[in-house]
Ligand binder design. Structure first.
Ligand code: FES
Length: 164
């Protein structure tokens, strides 16, 4: 079953990429669910790629988690019991979940604590200068669309900044 155009329009969130400086996080709220977007620095990308994948609890390369290395897009829900992790925190330079102490690295991969899995990556695809993220694992009518555009747009007012 696919969502009708009007439902998808309601679910769509647009964010100007130019509004997210390098090294900063943005949190998009979509129907109460946070989606983290980080504009990563070259050092952070290098750090993410330097990790030995075989040492990870949920082994994933950084390349498997991004479409463009500088943009990391994740569902901001801890994979332990669903708290919202804090950005730029924890022992691995990424996110920290204070509920029970899960640490995620700069690729959103779990490195310590009770979380069993890495932070979820929503399915998304690039459409010219935009990133379109679809399906926050809800499927059907619960599709999530995040559109990141390089040009400024009137939708900027919907951008919510925060520590993600
Ligand atoms: S909910 Fe995040 S560590 Fe338990």
């Amino acid at each position: 079953m696919s969502a009708s155009a009007d439902v998808l329009a309601m679910a769509k969130v647009e964010v100007s990429l130019s509004a997210i400086p390098e090294g900063k996080n943005v949190v998009i709220k979509w129907r109460g669910k946070p989606v983290f977007i980080r504009h990563r620095t070259p050092d952070e990308i290098e750090e993410a790629n330097a990790v030995k994948v075989e040492s990870l609890r949920d082994p994933q390369t950084d390349a498997e988690r991004v479409k463009q290395p500088e943009w990391l897009v994740m569902v901001g829900v801890c994979t332990h019991l669903g708290c919202v992790p804090v950005g730029e925190a924890g022992d691995y330079g990424g996110w920290f979940c204070p509920c029970h102490g899960s640490h995620y690295d700069i690729s959103g991969r779990v490195r310590r604590g009770p979380a069993p899995l890495n932070l979820e990556i929503p399915e998304y695809e690039y459409v010219s200068s935009a990133i379109i993220a679809t399906d926050c694992r809800g499927g059907g009518l619960m599709r999530c669309i995040v559109s990141l555009r390089k040009e400024n747009s009137s939708s900027d007012r919907r951008l919510e900044r925060g520590e993600g």
